[in-house]
Design a protein around this ligand. Structure first.
Ligand SMILES: Nc1nc2c(c(=O)[nH]1)N[C@H]1C(S)=C(S)[C@@H](COP(=O)(O)O)O[C@H]1N2
Ligand SMILES: [Mo]
Length: 237
């Protein structure tokens, strides 16, 4: 399969050749205990709480190659993901069994590191949004979201919650808060890269400039934290 490499990047993005582990500073030192067992608790305004796991296997497996765009202005080309289409999971498992209220259209995604992000349901039902358990032909590792993460390629990385352990469907935004102590203005309600929806209220050029400054130290911080964690746990991966 030939993969085009001449696509233009979204506004304000530049290419990296590596794909670093990344995030908000306080999450650098938090790691999932179980890298293998998928267990996603469904909650919010739904009729029946339950845990999603092995039942994903009955859905069609989908592979998708996409560029990845972090809001701090770096992008990586051609990341190969594999998993299940969020739309299939929603229509074939969540709707029939958990039965979200018809107007529960705000979806909150929670990671086992207590990170969380939120997206409108309609954005998650787009074609290429996956719950991904594989990356570049290998099981998703600890750096990139094991055992399963959201992969919403039209949206900035910060919407792509790693180490996914809960999905909630809410009628309103009362139950969602962007991780403390980071300000709400860092969290755009949609966060689409093509429209440069980096943050709320602030002008994009200012956000670009500020975020770009944070990239080298954040990459270093996340890398060191992972090395320390893997050393301590005697893991090679
Ligand atoms: N659970 C969790 N998900 C997360 C984060 C995090 O710290 N924890 N960081 C977000 C940010 S800001 C980005 S850019 C991407 C980075 O994904 P990567 O570490 O696989 O490069 O994950 C996003 N999802
Ligand atoms: Mo990010």
């Amino acid at each position: 399969m030939s993969i085009p490499t001449d696509r233009s990047l979204p506004p304000g993005q530049h290419l990296r050749t590596d794909f670093p582990r990344f995030g908000l500073g306080k999450f650098a030192h938090r790691f999932p205990e179980d890298l293998e067992t998928i267990a996603i608790t469904l909650g919010g305004d739904i009729a029946r709480e339950q845990v999603l796991g092995a039942d994903l296997q009955k859905l069609e497996r989908v592979n998708h190659v996409a560029d990845f765009h972090c809001v701090t202005t770096w992008s990586v080309r051609n990341v190969a993901w594999s998993g299940w289409r969020f739309r299939d999971v929603y229509e074939q498992i969540i709707v029939p069994s958990a039965q979200p209220q018809a107007d529960a259209k705000l979806v909150v995604l929670r990671g086992s590191d207590e990170y969380c992000s939120a997206l409108p349901l309609k954005d998650l039902l787009a074609d290429h949004v996956l719950l991904a358990d594989r990356l570049n032909d290998a099981p998703l590792g600890i750096a990139h979201g094991a055992p399963i993460r959201l992969m919403a390629p039209a949206h900035y990385g910060y919407k792509n919650c790693k180490h996914l352990c809960a999905i909630e469907f809410w009628r309103d935004s009362r139950h969602y808060r962007f991780p403390r102590p980071y300000p709400k203005l860092m969290d755009h309600p949609r966060g689409r890269a093509a429209f440069e929806e980096r943050a709320r209220w602030l002008p994009a050029p200012i956000v670009r400039w500020f975020y770009r400054l944070l990239v080298p130290s954040t990459v270093r911080n996340f890398k060191r934290a992972m090395e320390k964690h893997l050393g301590k746990n005697g893991r090679v991966q």
